[in-house]
Design a binder for this molecule. Sequence first.
Ligand code: NAP
Length: 530
Amino acid sequence: MERFDVVVVGAGFSGLYLIQKLRDLGFSVLVVEAASGVGGTWYWNAYPGARCDVESFDYCYSFSPEIEAEWDWSERYPSQPELLRYLNFVADRLNLRPHIRFDTRVTSATWNAEDACWTVGCDRGEPVVCRHFILAGGAISVPKPPEIDGIENFLGPTYHTGNWPHVPVDFTGQRVAIIGTGSSGVQTSTAIVDQVAALTIFQRTPNYTAPLINYPLEPGAMDAFRGIAAARHEKSRHSRQGIPYDFPTRSAFDVSDDEREAVYSHAWENSHLFALRLTFRDLLTDEAANETVAEFVRGKIREIVSDPVVAEKLTPRSYPFSTKRPCIGRGYYEMFNRDHVRLVDLNETPILRMTLAGIETSEGEMPFDAVIFATGFDALTGAAGRIDIAGCDGQMLRSKWAGGPETYLGLMSSGFPNLFLITGPGSPGPLTAMVKSIEQHVDWIADCLVWMRDKGFTSIDPVVEYESAWMAHVQEVADGTLYPRANSWYVGANVPGKPRRFMPYLGGLGVYRAKCDAVAQAGYEGFEFV
Ligand code: NAP
């Protein structure tokens, strides 16, 4: 069997940086990737309108002077095609492809305690053996289909936004249904609304959507960015959310009602996704403060949507603002004023089944030419869950996590030595600009592997008491906020049967980074080495 120091699952942002970093440090690395190309999330989510809601300057690598010098972003927010071009550019410029096995899915990984190595099985080819095994398959990467009877009956095409075909899909003149109104549904619907003959949006929970203020970058913008990039990245690394904006110090009640309204209006009209969230410090910790911003968005919906009945259906009331990830989409609420757009509130009009011709609801059958599922992901644990991972004494990771994921620092899980997670449960990843979190994890893991190599250690495993304490801390921090009140994918509520537990670490990226660094400096406190 072929042997590597490190085998990595996934050739997205994490996998590509892992190759570069570990190869430079003298480790042999194999990345196994199910897709035919690099990109990870940005490979699979090729749906119309897919765009990152973090600015280009913050959603890019900061480790490579060559990449920074040679790559020019074209827009404030990068589109999916541009991100895919960027990651392909990185793969070519740094010559990473020779380390990637494409069109291959990892199916199993078995720990061999005697040799301190993992045997990694794939859906094609021979198994490979490695000392360290890194799950970099993405925190939000396993598409979750909707629980609807008879999907297979429908004669027209169905699509999931998270597994979109890599050939053009033309909806011109078609009657299209979209199920799901999270970020993917908002982006898809606003992208295809001009193309289709009729668009029907099936909504289970209304979202808070802010307008996308995107624009082409002016000539000279890239040079200006390069001039301050190092400082911008450094600020982001130590920020709460991996973006270079200060966390507010004022309470929503430190200002008058008029001033608060003006602050929200400014954020709504001029700024980035996080702008509304970053107006006052207590929006995610104080219900009354949150209600001020929630009511501001509700007012915008009433202002924009001309039919008050539709406006009310679109109005989120059942959970605090931003406790589910808010969406951005230019013209989302405006779209519902158009004659060919219809909103179906699934709480009033549930779907009974899919039929040969379309969707049958409690009010009758609706014919469609195509149906799009924008129904989200089995987030944070889904990617690990579909690999048969057997650790010490044959314990399966999915059995250990049956009651919810258990990790130390979101980086490792006790009983699974030399198995690392990138932006896994218990880390702040999904609540930050992901690339900053990815770089922090890759750097920490790389330092750890070098340290082990220098000390002659062959395996590392977290101490179970440290792991339990970390998960209790993750929960305690979450409980100090309003986040657990929403039925979000952060708590696994979107996947039937998934145990409810707040999975990301809410302490902030900067605080988390300091904790991880302190653990390393203390000789990897909380880990056992052999
Ligand atoms: P999502 O936020 O989980 O939204 C899924 C939508 O589908 C929700 O409206 C959900 O309703 C609905 N849904 C799920 N199952 C359903 C069912 N059986 N019947 C009817 N409706 C159902 O998923 P997403 O929009 O793909 O986004 C996931 C995450 O990916 C985002 O939160 C974000 O972190 C990331 N993302 C980012 C961008 C960006 O950068 N712009 C774009 C896309 C995605 P409920 O709310 O009731 O569960």
